[in-house]
Design a binder for this molecule. Structure first.
Ligand code: NAD
Ligand code: UD1
Length: 321
């Protein structure tokens, strides 16, 4: 286990999942270095931790930098003053499947090269463990439901390919350089601070935002496609458990609830909770849409002792505020 005072690096720590992960680490007594270029992340997501500088007494130091350009220069001053990075949580990424289809080179640069940059830093700096945000998108439209980690991976998007390539590189560094690593394949994460403002945003953030504002919800396709929606607080708990556990040879673990919800059921739940009586309409299905997505969760339960605790209705109520 890491001592409570050791430095933990969180790339993408100013984002949605990252800021909840930082909250959990700080609650556990850690000092956290966030590297984030703020392309989608916000200082406001971390503002409750003060000035975001160790020198000013905050438990969080924010370093604004692009991970794909390397971590040695951005981390030099903070590690010289406060000691080495003990463990790393790599969340920084371009997160949209749809965006990656239109901009594959951006995805490779941020999501694949960014991971290799984190690994190169970890190798040189003696980081003990890396927890990595992979994705259910590595599976593609698999016929295996619920999907086990050993199912064939046939990603349908550059995003899924770059996450899978990152997982393989983590495994190679573990085998060759002894950098312990655990990739976590997140299913559909939702909760407070998820940004609804882009057309690529997560469906729950969009539906919650529109239902609160009294605007109609649009379902792409017939709404019978399913997702495994997992609450961000549960995900942050899994990420921290993976980062703090010693060992890890690059074997990936699903992070989901093991429960499947159709997009239609989701829309109806949100309309009911918001109480604004908004309409639900339909638009054509997205190209390359995955029809069923459901996690098998036995591996993470057996390895990290983790399971999701927040039921969808409770998590949606917290998200709607
Ligand atoms: P987010 O956009 O809120 O967080 C990503 C963070 O990374 C942002 O703060 C952004 O500014 C930062 N970032 C992006 N590119 C960067 C770069 N080159 N250098 C430094 N910082 C950079 O999204 P999120 O939903 O919190 O996603 C976090 C991680 O979880 C990502 O790796 C994403 O692929 C993964 N993931 C998310 C979901 C989901 O449902 N939200 C599902 C599967 C996997
Ligand atoms: C999401 C994540 C991705 C992650 C993957 C893992 C986001 C933005 N993307 O992709 O990072 O790797 O899960 O499983 O969080 N939909 C509507 N109406 C809308 C918006 C979406 O019907 O207004 C539907 C979509 O067609 C889809 C479902 O909702 O069927 C979920 O879409 P979305 O939230 O964009 O996530 P994924 O594509 O599953």
């Amino acid at each position: 286990m890491a001592s409570a005072s050791s430095l933990i690096l969180v790339t993408g720590g100013a984002g949605f999942i990252g800021s909840h992960t930082v909250d959990r680490l700080v609650a556990d007594g850690h000092r956290v270095v966030v590297v984030d270029d703020l392309r989608t992340g916000k200082r406001a997501n971390l503002a409750h931790h003060g000035a975001l500088s160790f020198a000013a007494g905050s438990p969080v130091e924010l370093v604004v930098a692009d991970v794909s350009h390397g971590l040695f220069a951005p981390l030099a001053a903070v590690t010289a003053a406060h000691g080495p990075i003990a463990r790393a949580i790599h969340l920084a990424a371009q997160v949209s499947v749809v965006h990656s289809l239109a901009n594959p080179l951006v995805d490779v640069a941020v999501n694949y090269v960014g991971t290799v940059q984190v690994l190169e830093y970890a190798r040189a700096a003696g980081v003990k463990k890396i927890a990595f945000a992979s994705s259910a998108a590595v599976y593609g439209d698999t016929p295996v439901v619920p999907v086990v980690e050993d199912a064939p991976c046939r990603p349908l998007s550059p995003y899924g390919v770059d996450k899978l390539a990152s997982e393989l590189m983590l495994g190679a560094y573990a085998a060759t350089h002894g950098v312990a690593a655990t990739p976590l394949r997140f299913f559909n994460v939702y909760g407070p601070r998820q940004d609804p403002s882009s057309p690529y945003s997560g469906v729950i953030s969009i539906f919650a935002d529109r239902a609160r504002a009294g605007k109609p919800l649009t379902i792409f396709g017939d709404g019978q496609q399913t997702r495994d929606f997992v609450y961000v607080g549960d995900v942050a708990r899994a990420v921290v458990a993976a980062a703090m556990a010693d060992g890890g040879d690059g074997t990936a673990m699903n992070i989901g609830t093991g429960r499947e919800t159709t997009v239609r059921q989701l829309a109806e739940l949100i309309v009911g909770l918001a109480g604004t009586g908004v309409a639900i309409s339909h638009a054509p299905a997205r190209a390359g849409e995955i029809v069923r997505s459901l996690a098998a969760v036995a591996r993470v339960q057996a390895t990290l002792g983790w399971q999701a605790e927040v039921a969808l209705a409770d998590g949606l109520a917290r998200t709607l505020g």
